[in-house]
Design a protein around this ligand. Structure first.
Ligand code: NAD
Ligand code: MG
Length: 402
């Protein structure tokens, strides 16, 4: 693991927050404040929320604030005038910010757009706090190898993977029999298929336990989020899909479990608050102290569990198949899902069509032989698969248009 400026000695740690205006980005900056951390923020980046980015930049005074959407640059410049914070724009500038030499990089852009900047950060040997699960799904083995070769590391922020990361006994990894990912089941856990077919974007983003960005909220409703997380877990913990299970746990208190071959199963618990896994990723192997809400188990009265219903939530099976196929299948699945979720949020297709469009895209690409493992640069091959999956998914979505 890269040598990080030690905690609690008053010397600031150099950090970059990619996707600072999103749900995870805001929680990250809030944690810095709550835990009273000494941080030297080199860069903050956002997609197109120029107002929030400027507000954060004025508060945190990074060297540079980067907006992906270049049409927003004049406004960003205007808002930062006289502040000493440089304004920049465009995808290349986001990746440059990721590679500024920070010790710790929060990767919290949503979607495959996070892959290039995350790889750029990995090449510098930084510790990467990885929320952007899509970058692992697109190019997991390459991303992890690049981080390792550069002397850095990837610490998961996704709550399930943070849980596993925390309870995994690394010196007896061959005694792990199963990784068990918990899932809340999302807002439609108890809905029948007919009701799900008519679900609106507003209903899909209203998650019962977590407040998150729109895309991951829809992924939680379809349970593709758990599919993406299975792939994420398989790469992060080098575990085949047969040894990764999913259990529905509506209270989101147990964040995931590791089952060992001696009959012992270890779990990590906590109230649903992403600042907790972010805190872990910031301080590992130490722990921060901040006014985190304690877990009041008695207030929950009961914790419940059920098996996922693959008829209503086929995305889990689709992700298993993508993982089994290997090669470009996970990247293609991810791209098709991004296209389908955007079309659903735009009211072009129905809720159940999301999984249908993803399965249809994978089937078509497999038939065309486009999912085979490709050689060459990880970013290039992942981006090529991503682009052709987006093109095919747009056609498949077009056929489902309501
Ligand atoms: P969000 O939509 O709230 O925020 C996304 C951030 O990325 C914003 O800052 C946005 O401006 C930026 N962005 C969007 N498109 C961009 C682009 N093309 N280029 C550069 N920046 C862009 O999303 P979120 O809920 O914070 O999730 C971020 C990531 O973390 C996702 O991969 C998600 O799956 C993962 N995650 C989130 C949570 C959660 O509780 N929100 C939990 C686990 C994992
Ligand atoms: Mg998660």
């Amino acid at each position: 693991m890269a040598a990080l400026t030690p905690l609690g000695e008053g010397k600031p740690r150099k950090v970059v927050v990619l996707g600072s205006t999103g749900s995870i980005g805001v929680s990250t900056l809030d944690l810095f404040e709550q835990a009273n951390l000494a941080v030297d923020i080199l860069a903050l980046t956002a997609g197109r929320n120029v107002e929030k980015l400027a507000e954060q930049a004025l508060r945190w005074k990074p060297q540079v604030a980067v907006i992906d959407d270049e049409t927003c640059l004049p406004e960003l410049r205007e808002r930062l005038a006289g502040s000493g914070v440089r304004a920049a724009a465009g995808a290349a500038a986001v990746s440059e910010a990721a590679a500024m030499g920070a010790e710790w990089v929060m990767s919290a852009i949503v979607g495959a757009a996070g892959l290039a900047p995350t790889l750029a950060a990995a090449r510098t040997g930084a510790v990467i706090a990885l929320a952007n699960k899509e970058s692992l799904v697109c190019a997991g083995p390459a991303l992890l190898a690049i981080a390792r070769a550069a002397g850095g590391s990837v610490i998961p922020v996704d709550s399930e993977h943070s849980a596993i990361f925390q309870v995994l006994q690394r010196d007896c990894i061959d005694r792990v029999s199963r990784l068990i990912l918990t899932a809340s089941g999302g807002p439609f856990r108890t809905w029948d298929k007919a009701a799900m077919a008519k679900a609106t974007p507003e209903q899909a983003v209203a998650h019962p336990n977590w407040s998150m960005g729109a895309k991951i909220s829809v992924d939680s409703a379809t349970m593709m989020n758990k599919g993406l997380e299975m792939i994420e877990a398989s790469y992060l913990f080098d575990t085949p899909q047969e040894r990764i299970d999913v259990v529905i746990h509506p209270q989101s208190v147990i964040h995931s479990l590791v089952e060992y071959t001696d009959g012992s199963t270890l779990a990590q618990l906590g109230p649903p608050d992403m600042r907790s896994p972010i805190s872990c990723a910031y301080s590992w192997p130490q722990r921060l102290s901040w006014p985190a809400k304690p877990l009041d188990l008695a207030a929950y009265a009961s914790l419940t569990f059920e098996a996922p219903d693959l008829q209503r939530f086929p995305s889990i099976a689709i992700a298993r198949e993508a993982l089994r196929l290997g090669g470009g299948a996970p990247a293609a699945m991810n791209a098709a899902n991004e296209v389908a979720v955007a079309a659903f949020l735009d009211r072009q297709i129905g809720f159940l069509d999301i999984a249908g469009a993803v399965a249809g895209t994978l089937e078509r690409m497999n038939g065309l032989g486009e999912l085979a493992d490709s050689a060459g640069d990880a970013l290039d091959s992942a981006m090529m698969t991503d682009a052709s999956a987006r093109r095919i998914a747009a056609e498949v979505v077009g056929q489902k248009r309501i």
